[in-house]
Ligand binder design. Sequence first.
Ligand code: SF4
Ligand code: SF4
Length: 108
Amino acid sequence: MAYVITEACIDVKDGACVVCCPVDCIYEGSRSLYIHPDECINCGLCVSVCPTRAIYDAHDLPTELREYERINSEFFGPAVTALGSPGGACDVGSTGIDHPEIRSYTRQ
Ligand code: SF4
Ligand code: SF4
């Protein structure tokens, strides 16, 4: 299991996690970033730099944020970006696309 970006990243996207990720597996949408579930090596470095505490080990997700494991995974699938597993976010750049549930998210 990988690490997961949750709602506290939405509309923040400062990119601190991207800079520290050793395998470049954090991809950019329009309102949020997304961690690739197969490319993440579970090092945990991104957790310590996130100013909004948006990142969790999937095993430790609070109940109310559990859906974000699916959202991060579906971002790469055919129904959203169809990126598959590109092997690095740098070459992909900003997709300008969000998972539909992030797109429609209204901050509380
Ligand atoms: S846990 Fe490590 S490999 Fe996974 S997204 Fe964070 S920094 Fe990248
Ligand atoms: S460090 Fe946190 S708030 Fe910043 S882009 Fe990454 S997940 Fe989003």
